[in-house]
Design a protein around this ligand. Structure first.
Ligand code: PNW
Length: 449
């Protein structure tokens, strides 16, 4: 067995997807509170107002985590619960909630990994330009420092933020996600640069604190891109898409620089972001300690005529093959292997966590009082197997985190796609571990497959 004894087996979740308590105890709204309450935005009409009610039921949820026996748990903090306006006055009750949550996790013998931000920027900051506004970088730095102070002596492991590509692509290009803007490439690129700098500056400040055992990374959604036709043109297309989709985001975090040629391309297209004069140096000084790789599926592409140049997603055909999950995503475990080896070979074998992997599955069949989700178990087993193969082939993988602890608010898909190892009854909010919960518990106890 390749997994070392100290391999970090964990599970992940995020604030907006689980907490609810959307306007309680001084919390301000985030862009997701606003977006999910607009008619027609969310499949099935759900929102995060009550959500899984984790805000009130976190002790019960941590007890389930303890039963699961994971080494670590990645949670995210709601910025607008801590700073209702994103900046300015801190909300003591928000701090208290996260303080109590972290104490509960520690008391369960689980190592918390605090992800500072997971898509839910405060609405008040969005109204001043959000990630497009350079001042947001300073507000994020102060917000991070507030959490580092709060958790001093308790939390040593952090992620700066989650899935930069998804934040900008969903929010500013396809418009499927908050704040719901479409085709705004220039705004997306400026926001991306400002997020990149926010992460780098927070990493720099965290290091200055010399937290014992301290480590800080950044989570990236990675999706390998394969040509779906055996032509030179198609292979070239797949390579180009992968560069923009993956390496453009991985390189700043792992290598401390945008990949070769990227800024020139942005410049040629009139998309060059505004930068402070020392930004590229700050970036270069602060590669992350590790990168979180969130992997779900791959993308197969083919050339497409007549797309809209303002919407890069329309310039190629996106294909997938069966079998698929309930999200319609092709199940392709080898794509995770390819991703892990690509990172190893391209970036000098950096430290990596598989920060998310999991699936919404079509048949959630109740049998003997439990959802017997053998398809989810198979999905996870196959992805853990290729992680083990990548480890044997020399990739520097430190841990694996299942997405997610419980069925939760799956963004524009609302409550129609459950990724949880725990089922949540939408009427009663009763928690019921699925078969996969017990399967993963045994895997963690055995330290591998
Ligand atoms: C995750 N990719 O993001 C999010 O972090 C979760 O909040 C969400 O529930 C989960 O996806 C499932 O949708 C990702 O490019 C974004 O492959 C993009 C990718 C992976 C994960």
């Amino acid at each position: 067995m390749a997994f070392p004894k100290n391999f970090d087996w964990g599970i992940a979740s995020s604030a907006y997807q689980t907490e609810g308590g959307y306007n309680e105890d001084g919390k301000g709204p985030s862009i997701w509170d606003v977006f999910s309450n607009q008619p027609g935005r969310i499949n099935g009409g759900g929102n995060g107002n009550i959500c899984c009610d984790h805000y009130h039921r976190f002790r019960e949820d941590v007890a389930l985590l303890k039963e699961l026996g994971v080494d670590s748990y990645r949670l995210s903090v709601s910025w607008s619960r801590v700073f209702p306006e994103g900046a300015g006055k801190v909300n003591p009750e928000g701090l208290q909630f996260y303080s109590d949550l972290v104490d509960e996790i520690l008391a369960a013998g689980i190592s918390p990994i605090v992800n500072l931000h997971h898509y839910d920027i405060p609405q008040a900051l969005y109204e001043k330009g959000g990630w497009e506004n350079r001042e947001t970088v300073d507000h994020f730095v102060r917000y991070a420092a507030t959490l580092f102070d709060l958790f001093e002596g308790r939390v040593s492991r952090y992620m700066t933020l989650n899935d930069v590509r998804g934040t900008m692509l969903g929010g500013y290009v396809t418009g499927e996600r908050a704040p719901g803007r479409r085709g705004e490439l220039k705004a997306a690129v400026q926001g991306w640069h400002n997020i990149t700098m926010s992460s780098a500056k927070v990493i720099e400040n965290f290091r200055k604190r010399q937290v014992p055992g301290g480590e800080i990374g950044c989570v990236m959604g990675v999706m390998p891109i394969y040509p779906d036709e055996d032509t030179h043109e198609c292979r070239k297309l797949a390579k180009a898409i992968s560069y923009f989709y993956n390496d453009a985001f991985l390189s700043p975090v792992i290598a401390g620089k945008y990949p070769d040629g990227l800024l020139e391309i942005l410049d040629e297209r009139g998309l060059m972001p505004m930068m402070a004069s020392d930004d590229l140096e700050v970036l270069a000084r602060n590669p992350a300690d590790y990168v979180g790789v969130s992997y779900y599926t791959c993308m197969r592409v083919a050339p497409r005529e007549g797309g809209d140049p303002g919407n890069p997603m329309s310039l190629f055909e996106r294909r997938g093959r069966d079998p698929r999950t309930k999200s319609g995503w092709e199940i392709y475990p080898d794509g995770l292997y390819d991703t892990l080896m690509h990172i190893k070979d391209t970036y000098g074998n950096p430290k990596v966590y598989v920060s998310e992997n999991g699936a919404a599955m079509p048949d959630e069949i109740w049998k003997n009082g439990m959802i017997e989700d053998d398809d989810r178990i198979a999905y996870l087993r196959d992805h853990i197997a290729v992680t083990e193969r990548a480890l044997m082939d020399g990739a520097n993988i430190l841990g694996f985190h299942v997405w997610s602890l419980m069925d939760n608010f799956e963004w524009q898909q609302g409550f129609t796609k459950g990724f949880g190892l725990i089922h949540i009854d939408r009427e009663t909010l009763k928690r019921s571990p699925k078969k996969s919960f017990y399967w993963y518990r045994d895997l963690v106890a055995n330290r591998g497959l």
